[in-house]
Design a binder for this molecule. Structure first.
Ligand SMILES: Cc1ncc(COP(=O)(O)O)c(C=O)c1O
Length: 436
């Protein structure tokens, strides 16, 4: 296909368009742990697409559910109207989250989930008479999507710098990555819980009565697999409670099994007031996101004047195809085998990725659940070039990884077996040995 199209018309997202179009990488089909390119060559998926295919590609139950849905109810209006499966899914999601939340609001992406959660928080504070609570606190190196809300609380400079002015009234906690203290930690690092205490400084500066919410990823994925130090998230929770500040976990990456538990909040044993999700919710098959909120937030808004309580929503909120994909995905998750496999593979995964320690350029390795980050020493004056070269070579050698700066990130589908881990890590080891 590439040879018969101009390649020029499609403006690709988060892509070096000129570089890519000079030497495109295409996939044509996918099944289980593998993509295939246009020539039928297999590429082992070390990233579950973009962290969004936890159950593996073409999961039969999900495929069948979507096929059935599209032939039955192609679309249902989302405002003042709905369809039964949307309510069924909401109930089942409550169960899957251990009934820690009261409601779920449907969106179409992680970015929309984040903006929705931010608006819920503002509406909630206003409805209970604290309309001045408008400030958000997030974190350096955080990624919360590309909407203006999520971008404003995002902490990755390259994403922000072209698009000002962003929302005012946002402050940033320090990120939690420290190679000096924590390099080559296995799982949650020991050093750094005190970094959460920076919230006290911001409370002193602004007064808690002006702060609406803290938003963080339990584990920062997009900025290169940055783990929370032991005790850090619990400390954030305590400080939020102390000051009446709501806590939002952005679980777009950590949700739906990535940590070997249903959500990051389960793994870290810290429950937020709102949780934003997307990606694994539908196994990546149909775009969908979901915001989970504690019952008290919804209840507060339901006490307002009669009529629409929350002036927000999307044409495709609760789209029948997305709901069908989510219901089928949830059924597979609830059967338990996929999460059990992820748990069983996690120790092998940890040992395998840490076996790369000592190879040329490797300055840190980080892991948790079925996630790994391998940080390389940048080439002087060419940040990101070394990891990008590794990424291209990996694709040429039949494995798909991801890079952020000079960090190689891996997050394979949770159905993987030891042989897949061996192939991913073995191929990467060979590449690291030959990389400039
Ligand atoms: C934590 C987090 N939040 C939000 C998003 C944005 O999701 P989307 O690309 O679906 O808008 C992402 C995407 O990777 C993410 O990792």
């Amino acid at each position: 296909m590439a040879s018969t199209t101009s390649m020029n018309s499609y403006w690709m997202p988060f892509t070096a368009n000129r570089d890519y179009k000079a030497a495109p990488r295409m996939v044509a089909s996918a099944s289980g742990m593998f993509y295939k390119d246009e020539n039928g060559r297999e590429i082992l998926d070390g990233t579950a697409g973009l962290w969004c295919v936890p159950l593996g590609h073409a999961q039969p139950k999900v495929v069948a559910a979507v096929q059935h849905a599209v032939a039955t109810l192609d679309y249902a209006p989302a405002f003042q109207m709905s369809h039964p499966a949307a309510f069924e899914l909401a109930d089942k999601l409550m169960t899957f989250t251990g009934n820690k939340f009261g409601q779920v609001f449907y969106t179409n992406s992680g970015s929309e989930s984040v903006d929705t959660a931010m608006k819920m928080v503002l509406a909630y504070h206003r409805a209970r008479g604290e309309a001045q609570r408008t400030r958000f606190i997030s974190r350096e190196r955080g990624y919360h999507g590309v909407g203006f809300g999520g971008l404003s609380v995002g902490g990755i400079g390259a994403n922000r710098k072209h698009f000002g002015p962003l929302l005012t009234g946002v402050d940033y906690l320090p990120h939690t990555l420290s190679l000096e203290h924590n390099a080559f930690s296995k799982g949650e690092p020991n050093w750094g819980a005190h970094l959460a205490d920076d919230l006290e400084r911001l409370v002193t500066l602004h007064d808690a009565s002006n702060i609406a919410a803290v938003i963080v990823e339990p584990l920062a994925g997009s900025a290169g697999v940055i783990l929370p130090p032991k005790g850090y998230l619990k400390r954030l929770r305590e400080l939020c409670d102390k000051h009446g500040i709501l806590l939002i976990f952005d679980e777009v990456i950590t949700g739906f099994g990535r940590m070997t538990t249903p959500f990051g909040m389960d793994y870290f044993d810290v429950v937020p007031d709102l949780m934003t999700t997307a990606k694994g919710l539908t196994n990546g098959v149909v775009p969908m996101g979901a915001v989970f909120s504690k019952g008290f937030i919804y209840d507060t808004l339901m006490n307002g004047p009669a009529g629409i309580e929350f002036f927000h929503g999307y044409t495709y909120s609760g789209h029948p195809l997305a709901v069908a994909a989510a219901l089928a995905s949830l059924e597979v998750f609830m059967e338990g085998e996929v999460l059990a496999n992820a748990k069983a593979m996690a120790p092998y995964w940890e040992e395998a990725v840490h076996s790369l320690k000592g190879l040329p350029h490797v300055i840190d390795i980080r892991n948790v659940g079925l996630i790994a980050g391998i940080e390389l020493q940048p080439i002087a004056g060419k940040p990101g070039a070394r990891a990008m070269a590794a990424y291209k070579q990996a694709f040429a050698e039949g494995i798909l990884v991801r890079t952020t700066g000079d960090i190689i990130a891996m997050s394979p589908p949770l159905i993987l077996e030891k042989k897949h881990i061996d192939q991913l890590v073995g191929t990467l080891a060979g590449i690291l040995k030959t990389l400039d």
